[in-house]
Design a binder for this molecule. Structure first.
Ligand code: GUN
Length: 290
């Protein structure tokens, strides 16, 4: 069994990006510039955004953090998005989610110019991805594709089973694994109402669990020799930890891992890849000729 090390892979990718930035600067180019809009003071969002700013430093990017209090109006946010769309000094930007309940998230996302949408959340990028056009791919599915590639896991012609149909993981993951230019796999999407789920999972060469239920995937659902990718990160109470909780994936790692050819741990698998994918997308925003 090979443990897929997302932490080490993400560090390698950030170093590769930093190297590319040094080359851009040596060639007389401008430093890539990522902006982030953060609304309110949600602890999780604060941490995410702080880590994104830190990753910008590691990669040699300029970063700008734009903060609003939680009572910001929808119109103020839309006006800022339009300003960033038109600001030539900014290559890409994100609006950190979730937003306060009085703001329609979809409306804000749809205001972002798809050429600066480095989160890959706009319908234009999602649609472009689905038909194989150049686009920004969202961080989690992109990170999983990168791990499969860097660990030389054969996907072409293989059966990939995805558990979960969310817009941010399950659906884009299925699109990527299906397309000839990416996974070139035969793809099955399962979800909470799928009949014969166990039997279907047992036919998977690559099993991607993104259902958000701790330890949902048990050993009897996995074909010996399969690759298992765990997207789950549920906080479960753990009195032995200082924090009082630990992160539990969607896979019963202890019993599933011995069966696998490759498996991602939680934490340290898919999670650390996501910010490095945001950095890759920002570099792409600089280099892309739309
Ligand atoms: N909130 C949690 N994850 C993300 C992400 O990848 N992008 C944005 N914009 N908000 C998030």
């Amino acid at each position: 069994m090979i443990l897929i090390d997302g932490t080490a892979t993400a560090a390698t990718i950030k170093e590769e990006i930093a190297q590319r930035v040094r080359q851009i600067l040596a060639d007389g180019g401008r430093r890539p510039h990522l902006a982030a809009i953060l609304v309110g003071h949600d602890g999780g969002s604060e941490t995410y955004v702080a880590n994104k700013v830190k990753a910008c430093e590691v990669c040699g990017f300029q970063s700008t953090l734009i903060r609003y209090e939680a009572d910001v109006t929808e119109q103020e946010l839309i006006d800022k998005v339009i300003e960033l769309n038109n600001d030539d000094s900014i290559d890409g930007f994100i609006v950190q989610l979730p937003l306060p309940r009085h703001i329609d998230e979809q409306k804000i996302i749809e205001a972002i110019d798809y050429r600066k949408d480095v989160d890959g959340f706009t319908p234009v990028n999602v649609g472009r991805m689905a038909i194989g056009l150049p686009c920004f791919i969202s961080a989690t599915p992109k990170g999983i594709m990168e791990l499969l590639k860097r660990y030389h896991i054969q996907t072409s012609g293989k059966h990939c089973v995805i558990i979960g149909r969310s817009n941010i993981v399950g659906k884009p993951m299925a699109q990527l694994m299906l397309q000839k230019i990416y996974g070139d796999s035969t793809v099955t999407i399962c979800h909470s109402h799928t009949e014969n789920l166990k039997e279907i999972c047992r036919t998977a060469d690559i099993l991607i669990a993104a259902i958000g239920r701790p330890a949902f995937v048990t050993a009897d659902m996995v074909k010996p020799g399969a690759t298992v990718i765990d997207v789950g990160t549920t906080r479960v109470p753990d009195a032995t930890r200082k924090s009082g909780f630990r992160l539990q994936g969607d896979v019963d790692f202890e019993h599933v891992a011995p069966l696998c050819s490759h498996i991602t741990p939680v934490p340290g698998g898919v999670g650390p890849m996501t910010i490095s994918m945001l950095m890759q997308n920002t570099l792409l925003a600089v280099e892309k000729n739309w």
